[in-house]
Write a protein that binds this ligand. Structure first.
Ligand code: PMT
Length: 429
């Protein structure tokens, strides 16, 4: 017996959780925008996380109604959930005033999706057996909307054959299990049973409504420059603004993909529906790409990754003691060449930034790095870096396509359409 669950890659989240600076960058998740979602909360310590879930759903423009079991109200107050959802909270099946405002059948019909987070072992058992002894379980029976559950419980309770059997039965009825994740638990034990983070739940739900030529894909995009430290105040970098890579990430999300954007330092905000991971150096970018690439079907590398970095990084600011300074540099790892040469490589699209011999240099890079496609652009006085527009010559083994100079968002959409076409052609050949 095997219960298959949605568990996102942990590296991504551990980076996301690192600082509140990051919190501010969290984008709204486009896939849930305008959707009518019931958040069910059952009794468990993870109920506190459902407050953040409701906040993020609202931030992403979802219309949210919260339904709590009596046990859930012992962990978090309906008032908190009311303030965050902007709607009255439903707690009682037999409350005449609540039923008069929006009865449980009306609520069940209203929902486009029901997400129960946390879903306790007791709640999972009750819906498995079709019990309707409180408002939340009644709703789960009465709704035709897709049901998502985010289990959260002690690891032994999760592994118990009864819980596993219930989850398997629910999956056979098309209930989607989101998590649980592994890690340290409120009870002090370590193992599977933690509720997924709000962000992970949002992205999993958004996937349910995704449409477009890349709907079934995860696309990893790199953008911006990297900075290679010389000492604590100086670095080697380039003029990349990130505009091209961010436009590519936004276009991939609009084409239905789940998009992860690994970005060097820029002044841009993370596009809607895209998860951003900021990095500084080429080595950090390589690390994050390597951690996440196995889950991606397509890698698009628009980042201007430094080719060299100082061999020694001084730990104190260097003094201007001599008229000349010689820095010894070493090559950075070629990220896309490494990914393209790996077993089970995704579809790899590189960019080539050239000041001359655009096509021949780009073709040489396509072949040397073993890429599926390369998008070549001229960089220089009036082109490429930090401009709002761009033009691309896109090359692959036996083909070529010119994308005329236009705003980077338009160029990116045409490029994504071409990538989707070539990617599907390769996967069906
Ligand atoms: O950011 P903007 O201001 O909008 O500018 C956009 C851009 C000009 C930066 C962009 O369109 C672009 O061309 N990006 C690639 C720049 C670059 O590094 O090109 P390259 O020819 O040096 O590298 C070829 C490919 O190898 C690129 O896909 C690059 O991401 C990748 N690479 C390079 C070095 C390295 N160590 N690892 C890599 O993966």
């Amino acid at each position: 017996m095997r219960v298959s669950i949605y568990v996102p890659k942990s590296g991504m989240l551990s980076l996301l959780n690192k600082s509140c600076y990051w919190e501010c960058l969290l984008p709204s998740v486009a896939g849930v925008s305008g959707r009518r979602i019931i958040v069910g909360v059952s009794g468990g310590i993870a109920a506190y996380k459902s407050a953040e879930l409701v906040r993020r759903l609202r931030q992403s423009d979802a219309d949210v109604r919260v339904v709590m079991t009596p046990a859930a109200t012992e962990f978090i107050t309906p008032l908190t959930m009311q303030a965050l959802s902007g709607n009255p909270v439903h707690t009682n099946l037999l409350d005449t005033s609540a039923e008069a405002a929006m009865g449980h059948i009306e609520l069940a019909r209203w929902a486009e999706a029901v997400l129960v987070a946390p879903a306790s072992a007791n709640f999972l058992a009750r819906i498995t057996y079709g019990l309707a002894d409180d408002l939340l379980t009644t709703l789960c029976l009465a709704t035709e909307a897709p049901l998502f559950v985010a289990p959260a419980m002690n690891r032994v309770m999760w592994q118990h054959p009864a819980t596993q059997h219930n989850c398997l039965t629910l999956q056979q009825r098309n209930v989607t299990l989101l998590g649980p994740a592994e890690g340290e638990q409120a009870c002090g034990e370590v193992g599977a049973g933690r509720m997924l983070q709000a962000e992970e739940l949002l992205i999993a739900m958004a996937a349910h409504w995704r449409h477009g030529p890349l709907a079934a894909c995860q696309v990893l995009v790199t953008a911006g420059p990297t900075r290679e430290a010389i000492d604590p105040v100086r670095y080697i970098s380039n003029h990349s603004s990130g505009k091209m890579g961010y436009a590519v990430a936004a276009a991939a999300a609009a084409a239905g993909a789940k998009v992860l954007l690994v970005t060097g330092p820029t002044n841009l905000s993370c596009p809607d529906g895209v998860k951003c991971i900021p990095v500084d150096s080429a080595a950090q970018m390589a690390e994050v790409v390597k951690t996440n690439v196995s889950q991606s079907q397509i890698l698009i590398s628009a980042a201007a990754v430094a080719d060299y970095r100082p061999v020694v990084v001084q730990d104190r600011k260097m003094k201007k003691s001599s008229p000349e300074l010689n820095l010894q540099l070493e090559r950075t790892e070629d990220i896309i060449a490494l990914v393209a040469s790996s077993k089970d490589s995704p579809f790899v699209v590189g960019f080539a930034a050239e000041t001359d011999n655009l096509e021949s240099y780009a073709l040489e890079k396509l072949q040397r790095k073993g890429l599926d496609m390369i998008a070549a652009n001229l960089v220089g006085e009036d082109m490429g870096f930090n401009k709002d527009d761009n033009a691309l010559t896109v090359l692959w083994q036996d083909g070529k396509h010119e994308i005329e100079r236009a705003d980077k968002s338009i160029v990116a959409r045409e490029l994504i359409a071409l990538i989707a076409e070539r990617y599907h052609a390769k996967s069906t050949s």
